[in-house]
Design a protein around this ligand. Sequence first.
Ligand SMILES: CC(C)(COP(=O)(O)OP(=O)(O)OC[C@H]1O[C@@H](n2cnc3c(N)ncnc32)[C@H](O)[C@@H]1OP(=O)(O)O)[C@@H](O)C(=O)NCCC(=O)NCCS
Length: 151
Amino acid sequence: MSMEQNAVIIRRAVPSDFSQIVKVELSSFERPYPPRLISLLLHLHHDMFYVASVNEEVVGYVVGAKRSDGCGHIISIAVKSKFRRRGIGSKLMITLLNAFKRKGLKRALLEVAVSNEEAVAFYKSLGFKITNLLRNYYPWGEDAYLMVKEL
Ligand SMILES: CC(C)(COP(=O)(O)OP(=O)(O)OC[C@H]1O[C@@H](n2cnc3c(N)ncnc32)[C@H](O)[C@@H]1OP(=O)(O)O)[C@@H](O)C(=O)NCCC(=O)NCCS
């Protein structure tokens, strides 16, 4: 197979990506977002919802939103495990950060479970810094870090 056929394409998500995005979500998180929430995000935030596809397979997604305080919020990002460490998560994130910049947003922020060391390392590699500890952030009682990047 040629390199071209295996190329990663980053593009805006469309409604027909729904079931493949749910697959990415279910295979990436111990406590995945319910499909109903993914559907809602696809409809409400479709202008800031991107997927990564390889040979027409959706292998990752990222979704963000503009907050009322003018910050860009990263709602969720995931890449299927067998496609990780190939730069796909970074490509998705950079695409979303560029969308934030086009909207004039000056800062991006996100919350991440303190136990999710892989994700914390990933966000640090993209220039995010831990600014706060959010105690009991998750419904199951776990703390989160607030991480911020100036755009
Ligand atoms: C976090 C996630 C999206 C990263 O996706 P990815 O495509 O593997 O990321 P990249 O290949 O672009 O990684 C970029 C850099 O981040 C860092 N990084 C990524 N995964 C890492 C890991 N498991 N351990 C340490 N550093 C890591 C590295 O510096 C990496 O660069 P390198 O591969 O040259 O060393 C992916 O691991 C994932 O889907 N995790 C499960 C879902 C999740 O936890 N999402 C975040 C919830 S807040």
